[in-house]
Design a protein around this ligand. Structure first.
Ligand SMILES: *Cc1c(COP(=O)(O)O)cnc(C)c1O
Length: 402
């Protein structure tokens, strides 16, 4: 029996790393895939569909409004563009040229990361605040909220906050500092689900916009995401993403989504136009969001624990390695299996094994975040029922040969 990838001459992989973009995200639930197929059978007015998505996202997040984007990175670009241009179509048309506009975004230096390129793509300059002393081994401090406030000037369009369990300062302090200066806060929460409570948490802590990935633990289409937050900012983001090849008189978006009466005219195609979300992605995302919200978090964890527990069981007595079932405290105690290479096997050996797993048949991709400590980590989120014994067999073969 062949699958579509075989027919294309592409190998399918065992993804024990997790829903990385590079590894094609995760595996969608059959209900999500079916919803996308159903969506593909009809045409709709995309603004009406996005307005319906906005209501579903608002209900799930507690935000005023929401938008389905092509990913969290697209959400960062659109959210930044919204903070810069507001509801001014002239400014929208000029982006990414931000001359004469508020064109700086303040961020704690310890939160700089590769994805903030999406923020800079709107035409803004990042202004770093604080020093990540606690990460240098030299001290205990990090950026503090007063330093964020201190970095805000009349040119500041927004404060960017990258949410992780170890992010400093705490978000409520940052939103208080930013709002004290009249500046909105954009939260990158791409990978902060689970816990499911984070769907509402950042909004409740004062964030003006929050970006989530749809293709990570949410279980939506790989190329989907959520931007949620203030109604006026979501309307601006939508205006800068939606196709605008329409006559003003015939352009009739739902008023709770985009209030036409607040606009002097219709902007041209905006800076977010390349971040198109199709009807299939929008419907898939909403379906996945509903499933994620209703699944009992304990049941979700038990499902992952059972899957990865089978891998741990089948790796007993692995030569030269310690095998441990662990809870990833940086990721809502997600159950994982750590294979640690012991005496006689250098860290280099862990890297060699990772390469052999990746280049073998089937190719197996693992989490190499702790490879310097000789650890290969296996996660359950993108595994199928069949994968644990296949991983165990490959790992035994590689180590037996090593
Ligand atoms: C994954 C990730 C993104 C990008 O998310 P996409 O949905 O792939 O666009 C942005 N920021 C952080 C912190 C991420 O982990």
């Amino acid at each position: 029996m062949t699958n579509i990838y075989e027919r294309l001459g592409v190998r399918t992989i065992i993804n024990a790393q997790g829903p990385a973009t590079r590894l094609s995200g995760g595996i969608m639930a059959p209900e999500v895939a079916a919803a996308m197929v159903e969506a593909s059978r009809h045409c709709v007015d995309i603004a009406e569909l996005q307005a319906a998505a906005s209501r579903a996202i608002a209900e799930a997040t507690g935000a005023e409004a929401g938008l389905v984007t092509s990913g969290a990175a697209a959400g960062l670009l659109l959210g930044t563009a919204a903070c810069v241009a507001g509801l001014d179509p002239g400014k929208m048309n000029r982006l990414p040229d931000t001359s004469g506009m508020k064109n700086e975004v303040v961020v704690a230096r310890s939160q700089r990361n590769f994805y903030d390129h999406a923020v800079r793509a709107a035409g803004v300059r990042l202004v770093e605040a604080g020093i990540a002393d606690r990460f240098s081994g030299a001290g205990v401090r990090d950026c503090e909220a007063w330093e964020i406030a201190d970095a805000v000037t009349e040119r500041t369009a927004a404060v960017l906050y990258v949410a992780t369990p170890w992010s400093r300062p705490a978000l409520p302090e940052v939103t208080a500092a930013a709002h004290g200066k009249g500046v909105p806060v954009i939260v990158d929460a791409a990978a902060q689900l689970p816990p499911a409570g984070n769907l509402r948490r950042f909004i409740a802590e004062g964030a003006d916009l929050v970006a989530f990935s749809g293709g990570k633990a949410l279980g939506g289409p790989q190329a989907s995401g959520i931007l949620c937050g203030r109604r006026d900012l979501i309307a601006s983001a939508a205006l800068q993403m939606l196709d605008q090849d329409a006559r003003w008189e015939l352009w009739l978006p739902p008023a709770d989504f985009i209030d036409k009466s607040r606009l002097p005219g219709l902007p041209q195609h905006g800076i977010g136009r390349p971040c198109k979300a199709g009807k299939e992605e929008i419907v898939g995302l909403i379906t996945a969001l509903r499933l994620f919200v209703v699944e009992d978090p304990a049941a979700r964890r038990a499902r992952w624990r059972t899957l990865i527990g089978r891998l741990a069981d089948s790796l007993q007595n692995l030569p030269g390695c310690a095998v441990a079932l662990v809870a990833d405290s940086t990721h809502d105690d997600m159950p994982q299996v750590d294979v640690t290479f012991q005496a006689g096997r250098s860290n280099r050996a862990a890297l060699d094994v990772a390469r052999e797993l990746q280049t073998g048949n089937p190719p197996i991709y693992v989490n190499t975040g702790r490879i310097e400590e000789g650890v290969l980590r296996f996660g359950p989120m993108c595994l199928t029922e069949d994968d644990p014994p296949r991983i165990a067999a490959r790992l035994r073969a590689v180590l037996g040969a090593a």
